[in-house]
Design a protein around this ligand. Structure first.
Ligand SMILES: C[S@@+](CC[C@H](N)C(=O)[O-])C[C@H]1O[C@@H](n2cnc3c(N)ncnc32)[C@H](O)[C@@H]1O
Length: 220
């Protein structure tokens, strides 16, 4: 089966022998891919809407994986169970992802791995998830249809991070890949454009943007 490069990258961050919940599974293609390509993975495909879950069920049936992938309807991680040790949330806004995890922190007790691919607010996502008692083990960028996506893997535990780490990504900074430089160059250009048009009276917002720009320029 074929899935897009972003989902393939998400899948590559999932360890073998794990109990995974895919929150916001939509078509469940990630769950199907994991069950076909990885050893001893149990997945729960979960979504807040019935429509996507119907499509998910049809896809799962097509690949004869009804015994391997359980489909659950519910909001965020309400559908988790005690066996789940890995949460995947991809293709949602960063603030939605943070809300899903932060306000149900008590459901994370058995979860040692969280793999996220937020569409935006990556800085806040890094910061808020580490506050929940996880550190960033790995992260990668993937370019697809001229859009650059982040995939971040968190593990249970504590590490100290600077603001620069949250803005740029502690692992991305050290890997310094070609896609990372392309991403930062684009970010730099859009921050500079914004600063040009943002009236001086918004000095707090302007100062925040200037600080971000400074952090980016340190790496470029
Ligand atoms: C854009 S799709 C992403 C699908 C897939 N995860 C991916 O990365 O390609 C977002 C999915 O998240 C679901 N969703 C949105 N908010 C949710 C929530 N609070 N809990 C569970 N699912 C949610 C939507 O119904 C939709 O199917």
């Amino acid at each position: 089966m074929r899935i897009n490069e972003r989902l393939k990258l998400v899948a590559s961050f999932v360890e073998e022998n794990k109990n995974v919940i895919d929150v916001g599974c939509d078509h469940a293609l990630l769950d199907i891919y994991l069950n076909i390509n990885r050893n001893n993975i149990r997945t729960v495909a979960s979504d807040i809407k019935e429509g996507p879950l119907e499509i998910a069920k049809n896809n799962i049936k097509k690949y004869h994986l009804e015994d391997k992938i359980e489909v659950r309807l519910g909001n965020g991680i309400d559908t988790i169970d005690d066996k789940i040790d890995t949460i995947v949330i991809s293709g949602m806004g960063g603030l939605t992802i943070i809300g899903i995890l932060k306000y149900k922190k008590y459901l994370l007790k058995n979860v040692d791995t969280i793999i996220l691919s937020p569409n935006n607010e990556v800085f806040k996502t890094r910061k808020e998830i580490t506050k929940l008692g996880y550190f960033i083990e790995d992260e990668e960028l993937i370019e697809e249809k001229k859009q650059i996506y982040h995939v971040i893997k968190f593990k249970k535990g504590k590490k100290y991070y600077t603001k620069n780490d949250f803005v740029l990504g502690p692992i991305l900074k050290s890997k310094k890949s070609k896609t990372f430089i392309t991403y930062l160059t684009k970010e730099k250009e859009s921050l500079e454009k914004l600063l040009k048009i943002l009236p001086k009276k918004y000095f707090k917002r302007r100062n925040k943007l200037k600080r971000e720009l400074k952090e980016i320029k340190k790496v470029l």
